[in-house]
Design a protein around this ligand. Structure first.
Ligand code: AMP
Ligand code: GLY
Length: 424
């Protein structure tokens, strides 16, 4: 069987890297892929018609969707209508990520623990609500806003300012015409991802990402500056709670609604001091960069699990086997990210040998006319190291990070990825 991976980030490179190591995937195509992926097909991730026409021409093909955009455009519905094999939720099931109001109402129906909330389409009513609250709040734009539509507020003035920027100034366009205001929670965050086949789930290893741009969790939110797996905060007790209180209710409630969830389901969880959990968000896909350390630790053949999920056989599969090691992914980014940055800088240091414990996953890279690898995005590389514990994985990853550079001081990275795992 051949595989088509839709997307161009570090997550897609890592999924393709893992599938290529198994015995089932003969050829792995990427659409559009990046400078680190081979067999790239020049079709954009949101061009559903072209992706469909490519897939129809292949004899035996399994399509795996990486990012949210094609899912919310209905790539799965379009492929399934043509009888093509694809792994990713339908447009309706992907609403769990595409609309925060949908996700909150869904959680209320399914009895999934989440922060108290209210939904508004009127700015004045939202402000009146804020005035009546005495607890700290979080204001969220309903629609997709590339991770920027969430404002964690210290006081009511910040909440009012967030409402104005979303609803009055329309800084997130249509994504902010509806908002969710919720109670601000405290604790430690973890990411929990599972494969779903519409009926059953198969959990992946736990992970934790680092959303803020600078060391010490300072600065703006980003897509993620690094990640590690496992997340020590998710002990076996919490693992079972997440499965029973979050993942299984999503699958059973979606099934009851007639919109089965098939694909990777990602829950962003907040764990408080007493070990109680609340869901902060759902994504209808793998996390990026969480995917990179998770793929490095996976011993089982990913293809077999995706295949079983597509066919609704996950319930009869054995648990996935993991390396008893820690994996740490350090994102190397273009200076200026998540704001504006240069592109087209030649990357030095990629041709050295990194040893078996480190893989450099590409994200924002491409090849120039001389076939050199150059920068092409904000998050450029995900240098991912394995080690017997967090400390060794950190050392292995940073040792390679220090060998890679581009431009005149053109790159930067956080120096404290996974430090929290050592502290624990
Ligand atoms: P989301 O996209 O909803 O996950 O929000 C992005 C980030 O905002 C999360 O990873 C948290 O760090 C933070 N956040 C979201 N909701 C809350 C909440 N209710 N309380 C505290 N922090 C939150
Ligand atoms: N790293 C967070 C996400 O993929 O949404």
């Amino acid at each position: 069987m051949n595989v088509l991976i839709v997307g161009s980030g570090g997550r897609e490179h890592a999924i393709g890297w893992k599938l290529s190591q198994g015995k089932n995937a003969e050829k792995v195509y990427f659409a559009p892929g990046n400078g680190g992926t081979s067999e790239n097909v020049d079709i954009k991730q949101n061009d559903i018609a072209e992706l469909l026409s490519f897939a129809k021409k292949q004899k035996k093909l399994l399509t795996v969707v990486g990012p949210e955009e094609p899912l919310s455009l209905g790539i799965t519905d379009a492929f399934e209508k043509e009888g093509l094999r694809i792994f990713g939720p339908s447009k309706q099931a992907a609403m769990l990520e595409a609309s925060k109001a949908f996700a909150k109402e869904f959680m209320r129906e399914a009895g999934i623990p989440t922060a108290e909330f209210a939904i508004f389409t009127d700015a004045q009513k939202a402000k009146d609500y804020v005035a009546k609250q005495d607890k700290p709040l979080v204001v969220k734009a309903d629609g997709l806003a590339a991770g920027k539509g969430v404002v964690v507020c210290d006081d009511s003035n910040q909440a009012i300012a967030a409402i104005e920027s979303m609803m009055t100034k329309k800084e997130f366009g249509a994504a902010g015409s509806k908002i969710v205001i919720e109670e601000r929670l405290s604790g430690e965050e973890a990411s929990f991802i599972a494969l779903c086949d519409g009926k059953a789930i198969m959990p992946l290893a736990s992970s934790q990402d680092h959303k803020r741009v600078f060391d010490g969790d300072k600065g703006s939110n980003t897509g993620g500056m690094g990640a590690y797996s496992p997340a020590p905060v998710v002990d076996s007790d919490l693992h079972s709670k997440i499965v029973m209180q979050v993942m299984e209710p999503v699958v059973s409630t979606m099934k009851k609604r007639g919109t089965v969830f098939k694909g990777f389901l990602y829950a962003g969880i907040m764990v408080d001091e007493g070990g109680r959990l609340h869901v902060l968000e759902f994504n209808a896909r793998m996390g990026d960069p969480e995917c990179q350390p998770i793929m490095m630790r996976m011993k089982s053949d990913l293809y077999e699990y995706i295949d079983a999920a597509v066919e609704g056989r996950l319930g009869s599969m054995p648990s996935i086997q993991w390396r008893d090691q820690t994996a740490v992914c350090v994102v190397m980014a273009s200076r200026g990210y998540p704001g504006s940055y240069k592109k087209g800088e030649v990357i030095d240091g990629l041709d050295s040998s990194f040893g078996k414990d480190v893989t450099v996953f590409h994200a924002g890279t491409t090849r120039d006319s001389q076939n050199r690898i150059v920068t092409n995005g904000g998050r450029v590389l995900g240098v991912t190291g394995l080690g017997k514990d967090a400390r060794q994985a950190i050392d292995n990853a940073y040792c390679v990070v220090r060998k890679i550079r581009w431009g005149d001081n053109g790159h930067f990275y956080r120096t404290d990825i996974a430090r929290r795992a050592i502290a624990r």
